[in-house]
Design a protein around this ligand. Structure first.
Ligand SMILES: *Cc1c(COP(=O)(O)O)cnc(C)c1O
Length: 384
């Protein structure tokens, strides 16, 4: 389990791999046992304890990818989010969160926290100062997501890390949109990094998983709640995720390049009103993104000009699939107002700056010429 490799693709391909001592196979053997002998060994292995051979091995890779001491993997991104956040909170505590959050995370807070007596404040601005003013005596956690969904807003990770340290609270980031290829928040002073591994880590739209990376001490705390909540990941999916991670570096780099090309193209398109992509100098988080990201990611959003029906536009696409999920090697689009952010209601969407005809574009690895042709064909069909 050599852990000293520096290059992202070497880490992706090799760190944490299990040796096939029996047959000398090239890839990690898959151990599906849910039952392990406990006599004469110092570890009681069980899938829900996050310590089967494949689970432990994959966590070594994920910790290395996020420059963390330790990591845990979960049955979904939301299992990772809920376990990591709740591990640091109890009744009477308070948490400060960015308002622009993944819909599922927003719902977890909004629909469940009152019941448990956990107080929360959503922050409307993106400045660390906006977050700091919400901190109270009882605040235990500060939670951010950058780039955020769906407007790709950028929050200053180092500044949030500083605010958290100053007030002695835990800082948590959802790093899903960036992936560890483009951003390592622990290097900027963040305590806990979360991923929906369903997205870039999985990358092929065929598995559901989550990951958390942090210090040994924090991971021990998250593990303690995690084994009680029971959100562990099945070993077969662990094995698939290891396979997926081998190509994450090259996949995400290809997606970065494609997204930049598509953002530039859409930005100059006469039918497109506005493009949100941190790689464009016109994006209000561009300078900040440059300072904390190695690449700008594969996600972008755009508003089609008035007079176009965003729903019809999506129906006319052939190559690009309408899809709720994101980050696969195949390009997908969705309308946040109709899908991921429909439960928010029009008023809350307006508050968050999400236009009704905004389209979120998860750029895949296809040739951009083909993507451009697909978009143009669809626009031509819905132009009035
Ligand atoms: C998808 C997603 C999640 C939730 O992950 P699941 O695997 O669907 O549970 C959390 N955060 C972000 C940013 C996501 O995109």
């Amino acid at each position: 389990m050599g852990n000293n490799y520096k290059g992202i693709n070497t880490i992706c391909t090799h760190v944490g791999e299990l040796e096939d001592k029996q047959f000398k196979g090239a890839v990690s053997p898959l151990y599906m046992s849910s039952s392990y002998a406990f006599q004469d060994v110092d570890i009681k292995r069980y899938p829900r304890y996050f310590n089967t051979p494949n689970q432990e091995a994959l966590c070594v890779k994920i910790a290395a990818l996020e420059h963390a001491e330790s990591a845990l993997i979960f049955g979904s991104g939301m299992a990772a989010v809920s376990t990591a956040v709740l591990a640091f909170l109890k009744a009477g505590d308070h948490v400060v969160l960015q308002r622009e959050l993944y819909g599922g995370t927003y719902n977890l807070i909004n629909e469940e926290f009152d019941r448990f007596g956990i107080e929360y404040s959503f922050v409307d601005g993106l400045d660390a100062k906006d977050f700091e003013t919400k901190i109270k005596e009882t605040t235990k956690v500060i939670y951010i997501e950058t780039p955020s969904n769906p407007l790709l807003s950028i929050v200053d990770i180092a500044a949030i890390g500083k605010v958290a340290k100053k007030h002695g609270i835990i800082s948590i980031i959802d790093n899903t949109f960036a992936s560890p290829v483009n951003q390592n928040p622990i290097d900027f002073g963040i305590d806990v990094v979360i991923h929906s591994a369903t997205k870039y880590m999985g990358g092929h739209s065929d598995i559901c998983a989550g990951a958390v990376a942090s210090s040994k001490e924090n991971i021990a705390r998250i593990f303690h709640l995690g084994k009680n909540l029971g959100g562990s990941l099945s070993d077969y999916t662990v094995w698939l995720l290891e396979r997926s991670l081998k190509t994450m570096g090259i996949r995400v780099k290809a997606q970065n390049e494609n997204a930049m090309k598509m953002a530039k193209y859409l930005d100059s398109h006469k039918d497109i009103k506005k493009v949100y992509y941190p790689g464009l100098p016109s994006h209000n988080g561009h300078e900040l993104a440059k300072s904390q990201m190695r690449g700008f990611g594969g996600m972008l959003s755009f508003e089609i000009k008035e007079g176009f029906d965003a729903e019809k536009f999506q129906k006319e696409l052939n190559l690009i699939k309408p899809s709720m999920s994101l980050a696969g090697v195949e390009s997908t689009m969705l309308s946040p107002a109709q899908t991921s952010h429909s439960l928010l209601g029009k008023k809350e969407r307006q508050k968050q700056g999400i236009a009704e005809n905004l389209i979120r574009f998860s750029v895949g690895i296809e040739e951009t010429e083909d993507l451009i042709e697909d978009i143009n064909n669809a626009l031509n069909k819905v132009r009035k």
